[in-house]
Structures are given as C-alpha cells and as structure tokens.
Design a protein around this ligand. Structure first.
Ligand SMILES: [Zn+2]
Length: 500
C-alpha cells in the first residue's frame, strides 16, 4: 500500500518542496508552491485528529485518504509547531549557535540549506531573529517574524533544534510581546542606561553619580558595593584579573543603571512563566567594554540572581555593518588587538559562567571567525542580520539590473542621512556611479566596501520605496536567492561548526 507521503508527492509533483515532505504517524505533511500561493498540504486517513487541527480545505486524495490544503496563516503556523515540535523554538543552552536575521521574511530556506551544507555538526540555528527596531522599520511584528521562519524552516526541511531570538529588547512590553509569540532566546539591551561619560569623569564626579544609582534594584549601597570590589581579583586559567576600587567605581557608574535594567527585564521575563534563555548585550555602547567592566557586569548580575547563556561585550575595533572587521586603527586584517581582547573576554566568560560570548554585527567578519571559536573554545554565538538583505540585492542585480540601479541610486541619495544611526565609514565620494557600469558588472557593487555599506544602512529607505517589488522578485527567483544565501552563509557557518 502506498504511504501518505508517497501519495502526496505523486499528486502534487513539481509543486511540492521535496525537502519539506515529512511523515508523521499515519499522516504526511509538505509545503506546496501553487499558482495561488504557498499551501501546507496534509494527507491523512479521514477522521484523523491532525486534519482538524489545521484550518483549510479538505478534498479526497485516494485510498480513503484526505488531503487538506492549508493557508500559511498564523493559526496554521502555531499548529505546525505543535505537530512538529522540532519547529518549536527551543533552548540551545551553551552549545555553539548562530543567528541569521531575515528582514524580508524570505531568507530562511536559504539559511537552512547553508546549515545543512556544513559537513561537521553546524552551529545550532536561530532563524527568527529581529530587533524591535528592525521589526518596526520593516512593518512586521514579532509573530510575523517567527511565523515566516517557521514556514521557511519547514520548506527547507530543517529537522534539528532551533531557537528564536527576540533581539535587542529594551522594555518589559517588548518582552511580553515576544514571549507570547513563542520566542525562546531573549537579548536584553540595556544600552540606553550605560553612562559612557564615566570613562572620562573625575573621581569626584564618579562619586556624585554613584550616589544616584538605583540602589534598591541593585540591592546594595555605594559603600558596600565599593567594599565588595576593594582589592578584588578573579582567577582566570593563566592570569589574574584585578578589578580594584577605582575600576569598580568607574564600572559601577558606567553600567550600574544598565545592570539594574537587566535585572528588571529578567524579572519581567520570569514573570511570563515560559522557558527562556537570556543574552545580555552591551555591544552598542560608545566605547569598548574593558575586561574589568566585563567581570564587574557578570559579578553584579550573578549577585542579583540573573542567569544568562550568552553575553555580548563591545570588543575592541570596529564591527561595522556588512563589511570585514576593522582594527582600532581602522585597518582590515590587523587582528593583534582583537585576538588578545577575545582571549581575555573568553577566559572571563569561562571563569564566571560558563556562558557564551556573542558576536554581534557578526556578518561578513570572515577574518575573525576562527579566532573567535578558538578563543571561546566553542562557547560562541554568532549574530548576523542585514547580510541576507544584501544577498537579496545581489539577486536583484543579477536578474533585474534596472530595478537594482533604482535601489542603488536611492542608496546614494539616502546614505548621508541614513548613516546617522550607525557606526559606518563608507565615504559618499568613494561610492561608484552606476550609469557607466554595464549590467553584468552590477553584482560587483556587493563586493565593494563603500557601496556594500551604503546599501546596507539604507535598507529602511529602500524597503519603504521598493519593498514590495523586491519581495516579488525574490519570490519569483526563490531558487536563486536560496543558492546565493547558501553560498554566502556556508562561509559564516563553517568556522562555527561544533567540536565533536
Ligand atoms: Zn547587537
């Protein structure tokens, strides 16, 4: 007798995504690409409960089987995660992991291919990952982001565990929204509470500021806190990291309110009563996180009972959007300072955790990946976001040069304004003009430092003006987009494959 999976395949043939086809007890599920749009198809014997748990149109298949064609609705996404629990965002713990943000909601099938293509065990994936800022800019909601990733992971045939990152959350309301949507990994960004002026303040000024920290939330007082760190050092494997009173004073002023905010956010998360894991990120501050500051933050969070799986300090050098790592002196390929910096941060994370170190703005930092894995011994999380959008533009440059020229011209026009909210060094005068560039050379702009960065940071303007057209183009050239992403992400993921 033919199985439901076989019959589904036979019935829908070329419109069925082969990787999505999965047998489940006496039923089979698959994703279809029909002229009317994508549908989830479920084949099962009439009367099976699984047919009732999805909304859609049943019709006879054969041999007493029904097939139900289901729209990709939020209710069906939730039902799919219940039916296939590996699609339900899970806790990834301390295992090496990598997040792939997707601003358009169309990249996950390509991401899945890249994770599949890494031969050694790949890092564990986080497909749904978006900050509230990006969610607002792209007109999506946390639920839409998660559902798009669910459908994409299903289409690509992902069968392992996955996480979902509610990225750079700043308020308890954000937490509630994302917890209810089903996220598992919460990145708390207390950046707004970091007082970077503390780096330069006089001791008298620091003392004055210290008095006004939120001591109730910090469950301490200025004197007790400084006493706690007087002459304090932590033992790393082959070094001793002294914190000292003045460094503690400076760190307390710089990060005290931020630590209090993380604690409030952590309590808000716990109050949701759902399983979760936490990342603490201070990567978007004006100055690098010193080793003493890192240790101080970790010791204070521990003292306050906060538990986290990863932490993102701001490392030395420049982590600019969509381009290679630049050293503190602005040099590409100069890795001496960051190598030492990472070694010590990683040693602190082992001594005070262990927890993972997180690499934010991590896309396209190819020179760093091996270094990062070696320093952290695999206690590592990689975060990439906008690079999948750039790969979408690569597809546009290849298949619709005229459209790509429009997007590029808009980037030239918008760059001076849109760059304001980012740390970027692309220079307007270094941006190539496209008028004299033949169509076949347009994809080269995605390799050009200045052009790539300008295209990256103007994504909000580009999506506002051309988002619908870009999405339609990617849907039409879905296979090419997946191929391009696979090639691009293998380079990100291979160095992060997990030690056996
Ligand atoms: Zn970040």
């Amino acid at each position: 007798m033919s199985t439901p999976a076989f019959l589904l395949q036979q019935r829908f043939d070329a419109s069925l995504y082969p990787a999505s086809l999965i047998a489940l007890d006496s039923a089979a599920l698959a994703l279809l690409r029909l002229a009317s749009g994508k549908r989830l198809a479920i084949a099962a014997p009439a009367g099976q409960a699984i047919l009732d748990s999805f909304e859609g149109q049943p019709e006879p298949l054969t041999d007493g089987l029904l097939v139900k064609l289901c729209p990709l609705s939020p209710a069906n996404a939730a039902a799919l995660r219940r039916a296939l629990p590996h699609l339900q965002p899970a806790l990834l713990g301390l295992r090496t992991s990598a997040g792939a943000g997707d601003r358009l909601g169309l990249a996950t099938p390509g991401h899945v291919r890249a994770f599949h293509a890494v031969n050694a065990p790949p890092p564990l994936p986080i497909f749904a990952q978006q900050s509230m800022r990006e969610t607002a800019r792209t007109g999506r909601t946390p639920q839409i982001v998660l559902d798009d990733a669910t459908w994409g992971a299903f289409q690509g045939g992902w069968r392992g565990p996955l996480g979902a990152d509610a990225d750079h959350l700043k308020t308890p309301e954000d937490i509630h929204l994302c917890a209810q949507a089903g996220y598992s990994f919460f990145t708390i960004d207390p950046g707004a509470y970091v007082d970077s002026a503390a780096d330069q303040d006089s001791v008298a000024e620091l003392q004055r500021k210290l008095a006004s920290l939120p001591w109730e939330t910090l469950e301490s007082d200025p004197r007790s806190l400084l006493e706690l760190y007087q002459g304090r050092a932590i033992e790393l494997e082959d070094a001793r990291l002294a914190i000292g009173e003045e460094a503690a004073l400076r760190a307390a002023v710089k990060y005290g309110a931020a630590i209090a905010h993380v604690r409030r956010m952590y309590q808000a998360l716990r109050a949701e009563g759902l399983p979760f894991e936490l990342e603490v990120s201070v990567d978007e501050t004006e100055t690098p996180t010193t080793h003493a500051e890192h240790a101080f933050i970790a010791l204070e969070l521990k003292r306050l009972g906060v538990r986290w799986v990863s932490l993102a300090p701001r490392y030395v050098g420049r982590f600019e959007k969509g381009v290679e790592y630049l050293s503190p002196a602005g040099m590409m390929g100069d890795l001496d300072a960051i190598a030492t910096d990472l070694e010590v941060h990683a040693a602190i994370a082992r001594a005070l955790g262990p927890y993972k170190l997180s690499l934010h703005s991590g896309s396209d930092k190819f020179s760093l990946y091996t270094l990062f894995m070696v320093a952290t011994r695999g206690l590592a999380h990689l975060k990439t976001a906008g690079t999948s959008y750039l790969e979408a533009l690569r597809v546009a440059a290849r298949v619709e040069p005229g459209f790509f020229r429009q997007v590029y011209r808009l980037a030239l026009q918008r760059y001076p304004e849109d760059r304001r909210t980012y740390h970027v060094s692309a220079a307007l005068e270094s941006l190539p003009q496209v008028d004299s560039l033949p169509d076949e050379r347009l994809p080269e702009l995605l390799e050009h430092f200045h052009a790539r960065q300008a295209l990256h940071v103007t994504f909000g303007s580009a999506l506002a003006a051309h988002g619908q057209q870009l999405k339609a183009l990617l849907q039409q050239h879905e296979e090419l987009y997946a191929q391009v992403l696979e090639r691009h992400f293998i380079r990100h993921l291979r160095p992060f494959s997990r030690p056996a």
